[in-house]
Write a protein that binds this ligand. Structure first.
Ligand code: AP5
Length: 222
């Protein structure tokens, strides 16, 4: 019997490397990448009512209210590509209430990947992060320098400053244990993210392979 497509949550403090590892995961496994932060930034850029409500919370380093994010992510997960190919949820759920919303929608992730990085490293990563608006690629001025031909078009996120990053780290810490507990049924893989990108990826891909094996065995047992 064919195993159902994998459903993975990637969690970690701001700038821990979720987006960087997510790019590798989706290109390797063909999962649909759903980033709660990207969905919210698209709403802000579009000037939608939801975007207007979300913006102040994001600029302050706090969380957007659960019901707004849950509706946005829930709608995306229900789309055909997610159902068919499986998904990687990046930055959701971030609170116990968001875990409950997933459960109530009958959605049970196979794996929770948690990228663990010390605070001081996070601050340095945020300061040097630059994004390519054309390709979505994530760079770092020191740790992952962009090629010269794209350097002129790179942008910095408005919430990537020292004040907001400290608030974002505190927000993350206030909720992380509750999320790990509430997603207890999923396999948990805690990965040391304070290493070069390729070394982190080696552990992430091993955790994904184990989860795939588990999903295949569960499908065979039915
Ligand atoms: P979101 O967009 O999810 O931001 P975040 O959680 O703060 O995470 P980041 O995108 O900043 O970092 P990342 O872990 O993806 O790191 P990256 O790979 O870029 O959320 C933004 C806001 O939206 C929140 O503050 C909140 O207000 C709101 N929001 C989002 N989800 C929500 C939810 N569920 N509920 C309520 N509100 C929500 O890497 C960072 C840098 O480090 C890069 O420059 C990269 O090149 C570099 N790097 C990566 N890996 C390595 C490595 N191994 N070694 C050296 N450098 C590395």
């Amino acid at each position: 019997k064919r195993a159902p497509p994998l459903r993975v949550v990637i969690s970690g403090a701001p700038a821990s490397g979720k987006g960087t590892q997510a790019a590798r995961i989706v290109s390797g496994l063909g999962l649909v990448h759903i980033s709660a932060g990207d969905l919210l930034r698209a709403e802000v850029a579009a000037g939608s009512e939801l975007g207007q409500q979300a913006q102040a919370h994001m600029e302050a380093g706090g969380l957007v209210p659960d019901e707004l994010v849950a509706a946005l992510v829930g709608a995306r997960l229900a789309e055909a590509d997610c159902v068919q190919h499986g998904w990687l949820l990046d930055g959701y759920p971030r609170t116990a209430a968001q875990c409950t919303a997933l459960k109530e929608a009958g959605i049970h992730p196979d794996l929770l990947l948690s990228i663990e990085v010390p605070d001081a490293v996070l601050v340095a990563r945020v300061a040097g992060r630059r994004l390519d608006p054309d390709t979505g690629h994530i760079y770092h001025l020191t740790f992952k320098p962009p090629p010269p031909e794209v350097a002129d078009r790179l942008v910095q996120r408005s919430d990537d400053n020292e004040y907001t990053i400290r608030a974002r780290i505190q927000t993350y810490k206030a909720h992380v244990s509750a999320v790990k507990e509430a997603l207890g049924a999923a396999r948990l893989a805690e990965v040391d993210g304070d290493r070069p990108e390729g070394a982190v990826w080696a552990d992430v891909s091993a955790a994904l392979a184990a989860a795939q094996l588990g999903a295949a065995r569960a499908a065979d047992a039915v």
